[in-house]
Write a protein that binds this ligand. Sequence first.
Ligand SMILES: Nc1ncnc2c1ncn2[C@@H]1O[C@H](COP(=O)(O)OP(=O)(O)OP(=O)(O)O)[C@@H](O)[C@H]1O
Length: 544
Amino acid sequence: MLLLKSVLKHHLPAMTGIILLNLLSACLGIFTISYINQSLVQESSPQTGLAKLAGLLIALLLVTLAAQWTLTALGHHFIWKKRSRMVLQLLGMSPDRLEQQGHGELLSMLGPDIRNITLAFVRLPELIQGIVLGVVAIGYLGYLSLPVLAIVMVWMGLTFYSGYRMVARVYLHLREVRNYETDLQDVFQVVIHGNKELALDPARARHFYENDYQQAALGYRQHIIRADSFHLSAINWSNIMMLGLIGLIFLASQAMGWISGTVATSFSLTVLFLRSPLLQAIGAWPTLLSGELAFKKIGGMLAADQETLPDTDVSLPAGWQTLRWENLSWHYPQSGFSVGPVTTRLNRGEIVFIIGANGSGKSTLSQMLTGLYASPGAGVWLDDQPLTTAALKSLFSVVFTRPYLFRTVFVSPESEDDASAELWLDKLGLAGKVSIENNQLSTLDLSQGQKKRVALLLALAARRDILFLDEWAAEQDPQFRRYFYRELLPWFRAQGKTLMIISHDDDYFDVADRVLEMHQGQLRELTAEQRDNASRDVISQLGR
Ligand SMILES: Nc1ncnc2c1ncn2[C@@H]1O[C@H](COP(=O)(O)OP(=O)(O)OP(=O)(O)O)[C@@H](O)[C@H]1O
């Protein structure tokens, strides 16, 4: 089992201690049975017998609990480390890989998968206890009678082989359950994010419920029922076979005369003592299989990803003048759309517009320029110094078309930040609507246009040299849009910012120092004449 192997690899001393504790617990258990059956009645007085029995039981209880508690604590420690590593890996994952994995898959991983691994650890003590107890009990039974042990072993072998076949079916169905779990996560996302559209359109809601949801939910139900049925069959089968074994032991004693009645009783007591831990171990098996499946799934998805936080200590020359990209290219295998090769530059203090028709590749280009999409074979230079991807990213603050808003404004607050934030709130027309207390935004319950303004404030608070805004003004009212192009952009430049703006607002192209046009994945810079032509409807003239 991969899960168990990984625990053993990373926590060998702790696991050795736990197995030894389980061994001690098993030996104490078997010794207690032997004592009850053979020595208790021979004690000098009932009080002595009772005291010894109580001592043995207390020792057994303490050792068993210690073994189980230690394993459970180790399990939760393992889960904590695993979850932390996963979050680090996701934080370092490039956006394109994140998109490829799919949201349902990622949510399954962070939710049900981790829960299943946790449950596997909760049940692991039962499995280990069952196995260790089984081994110790076999040793004890062999000491009592080898021929009867042979019968017990054959019988138990038959029992567990058939149980194993049933559990193998459980595994198959659990794999399907895991796939349907991902589909369900996708469906839940639709329920939450498509809530308004579904609320307005009952026919679509019904169609979604009857098709998408039911397909995932029924598939899940079908396979979980089968998995549980095989699991219960395995438990009942093993239970009944154990009772049959006791009959067989007495038969060996009475009919064959292989062992005395006392030894037969010892055998039966041991089998009965074993029965419950063994059944628990079998019961724990599917939970462990689910944990194993989840562990493999996570390992498969995140194996190659780094488990460290990205480096924040990136130094850049303070007075850089030109940023240059060479041969950037990108290809989406899913849609077949390609961008590039793109070679372009950005001079410090410039305002550069990127224009182009819908779907021409502007947003894709923004991810390539800012280092979010890695282009193999490309080069980026800052004043003839080659730049690493981390250094390139550290130059940009980006407001995406659908930005995520964090409540914390400054990541490393400085003394003059309060004054800067007040000024930005005022400039962005947010004063009186949003305030900042203890470096936290007072509210995010805002209109779409206001949310975009908050996103711009957060981008300013990141204190990067270049502001990259993707169709930022699209949700702004005409008055604020005009203010943004005519006053805010020049003000940002006066504050030392370099600006790259994706825009469809052809009324304001004159604000830009340079205009770059995307057309079917290719970038070109417009000449002065083309820019003049583009004054009103550049997209219809040049793009389509
Ligand atoms: N995640 C994706 N997977 C596959 N293909 C994609 C993905 N995102 C975009 N594309 C493809 O890339 C093309 C360009 O998309 P992009 O978002 O870069 O265009 P855009 O110029 O920013 O468009 P718009 O003006 O509408 O925002 C799309 O037409 C689509 O075919």
